[in-house]
Design a binder for this molecule. Structure first.
Ligand code: PEP
Length: 251
């Protein structure tokens, strides 16, 4: 059976925004996204979930958060649970973004537990993997992304895995303006799909694998044209509605 994977474009605002700026940005995005486009979602900072949930209700743009606790509730000051994200209308949550792995020392196991917590609450985790430039130069790309992905594969069963979105984000391409060439990205995406297929062929064929790392209007079409690139996780370009919409259009 041949799977038609629907493309998905997800914005990641990171720690940017204000009530006024969010309102203007989402107005622009909502006005430009058509219902039969690819899937579209925006992952926003926690304090703005209520505002964005209100604005996105009834639109084709889904809401997501940028992190989630691995715990369900209790004495975890500063953390936000998956159930809480659901209450604010989130569909997606990013886990294991390289900025969290490096600045907050999140281990592979911790990220996998966060993904499992998200799945348990009915959210779709966007599970990020990616190598640093040093690791790529040392020929370790596959080893690193397999190690990160394996933590997920060991933590969830096939049914849960089918609900995960994977994002390949080479660390050296995030926010740097440097993009993996379509061939470089395709090679890693294909390897990731093959790795999933070792556990479950059907899930692997249907798995949505996003590329992230300086995806912009001028490189999106080529990247999104590769057979194993099913969409994008967009940082900088998600903060400008014309740029974000141009990427949605390319998808
Ligand atoms: C990201 O933060 O996930 C990302 C891909 O950022 P940028 O598009 O700015 O490189």
């Amino acid at each position: 059976m041949v799977f038609m994977r629907r493309k998905l474009i997800v914005g990641n605002w990171k720690m940017n925004g204000s009530l006024g700026a969010n309102s203007a940005l989402l107005d622009g995005i909502i006005a430009g996204v058509r219902r039969n486009d690819c899937g579209v979602a925006m992952c926003v900072p926690f304090p703005y979930l209520a505002q964005c949930s209100e604005m996105l209700r009834g639109t084709p743009v889904a809401l997501g958060a940028q992190d989630v606790s691995a715990h369900q509730s209790g004495a975890f000051t500063g953390e936000v649970s998956a159930e809480m994200l659901c209450e604010f209308g989130c569909t997606y949550v990013i886990v294991g973004h390289s900025e969290r792995r490096s600045y907050h020392a999140e281990s592979d196991e911790m990220v996998a537990r966060k993904a499992a917590a998200a799945l348990g609450a009915g959210l779709t985790p966007i599970f990020c993997v990616g190598e640093t430039l040093e690791q790529r130069d040392a020929g370790q790309t596959e080893h690193i992304v397999y190690r990160q992905l394996d933590a997920l594969l060991d933590a969830v069963d096939g049914r849960e895995l089918a609900r995960v979105v994977v994002a390949y984000e080479p660390v050296w391409a995030i926010g740097t303006g440097k993009t993996a060439t379509p061939d470089m990205a395709q090679e890693v995406h294909q390897s990731l799909r093959e790795r999933i297929a070792r556990r479950n062929v059907t899930v692997a064929e249907a798995a949505i694998i996003l590329y992230g790392g300086s995806m912009k209007p001028d490189n999106a079409r080529e990247l999104l044209g590769m057979p194993d690139i099913d969409g994008g996780l967009i940082g900088g370009a998600s903060l400008k509605s014309p740029d974000f919409l141009a990427i949605v259009d390319a998808a």
